[in-house]
Design a protein around this ligand. Sequence first.
Ligand code: HEC
Ligand code: HEC
Ligand code: HEC
Ligand code: HEC
Ligand code: HEC
Length: 242
Amino acid sequence: MTNIPEPPAGEGDSAGDHSKTRFQFPRWANYLFPVLLLVAIGVMTYIPLLGTLAISPDTRAVGYQPQQPVPFSHALHAGKLQLDCRYCHSTVESSAYAAVPPTQTCLNCHAAIKSDSPKLALVKESFESGDPLRWIKVHDVPDFVYFNHAAHVNKGVACELCHGRIDQMDEVTQVQSLSMAWCLECHRAPEQSLRPREFVTYMGWDALTATGKSQSELGSELAQDYHVQPQHFMTSCSTCHR
Ligand code: HEC
Ligand code: HEC
Ligand code: HEC
Ligand code: HEC
Ligand code: HEC
């Protein structure tokens, strides 16, 4: 990427006095790399940012709530029917991406339940044709940001901290900014957010009520048990921009 000059051909190990004259970067060049990195990130981000902002000004904003092709309600399925998030978002613990379920998952129930409802017509059509339903993505971080669900969920960071009370939403709405400052706020003090892994999909969970310990006390214990990475990793640019 950078233009580090190659030594001229033939000037190898046998260089002898050549080595004294070999090109050395001046000291100030040490500062050049961070500057170049910033410029590089700037260029990488500016173009897609401009692109996305110009096309769809609503995405990635708090309150973003696109109209979905099928009126699927989390308040009904995750709230009233108490289905676990992982029944549908089955890869959330094992991969970076929290898969949206295939049509087959809906048919597990809707082959029998309300199978003739007009609200489920598109689901039926998708199943028969094999074309997936075209759900509209709600949460979206730019491509130059690396995000990983498994890394969070397996260390006890709960869905509700980032997605809010999904179990009360008829239509999914973005409730957090997903900005860099927001990510860093938690990364600087993760103990304020950790809970035992088995409760990551619970909604309205509270450390004191559930365990009798304060969030800081419980969180500090869990950070140790789960070997949560130290501060310098959590806030390093290359953790999220790789
Ligand atoms: C019966 C299946 C099902 C269950 C159970 C379920 N979901 Fe979903 N989820 C979906 C479908 C389908 C979509 C895509 C349509 C939409 O956004 O409403 C979705 C979308 C989402 C989105 C928005 C994704 C995006 O595009 O940004 C989030 C966040 C989410 N679910 C979280 C949860 C959480 C948290 C739970 C558990 C409390 C849960 N879901 C339970 C099926 C389910
Ligand atoms: C575990 C079973 C189960 C699964 C899986 C499931 N649903 Fe449902 N769904 C229900 C039940 C129960 C109702 C409520 C039926 C009623 O009102 O009598 C319902 C209601 C609905 C309704 C409203 C239907 C109407 O006419 O009022 C829609 C739309 C719907 N589901 C879509 C989906 C979609 C899309 C999926 C897959 C992402 C899905 N459901 C997965 C059990 C399920
Ligand atoms: C630390 C914050 C955080 C936690 C915890 C979290 N999510 Fe997400 N979720 C995000 C972000 C950020 C995105 C957008 C990712 C992207 O654009 O690449 C997202 C996107 C999604 C999507 C859309 C598909 C995808 O992966 O882009 C679904 C579905 C989802 N989350 C479900 C869940 C469920 C279910 C849980 C809990 C088991 C959960 N999330 C926990 C931050 C989080
Ligand atoms: C509520 C707390 C919280 C929020 C919000 C949060 N994180 Fe994290 N993040 C964590 C914890 C805890 C870890 C686990 C560190 C570890 O692996 O020990 C982590 C780890 C990571 C890792 C390292 C994953 C790996 O595979 O090594 C990345 C990348 C990351 N977060 C990106 C993000 C981004 C991007 C956002 C914002 C969109 C975000 N996080 C928001 C708590 C949070
Ligand atoms: C915990 C994850 C995380 C860490 C650590 C992180 N960033 Fe970011 N960064 C993000 C996210 C998320 C965005 C996208 C913000 C948005 O879409 O509004 C972003 C956006 C940016 C942008 C684009 C401009 C902007 O504000 O949208 C630049 C430049 C940037 N980061 C540089 C850095 C540098 C330099 C560091 C190290 C000092 C760093 N980032 C550390 C998550 C992180």
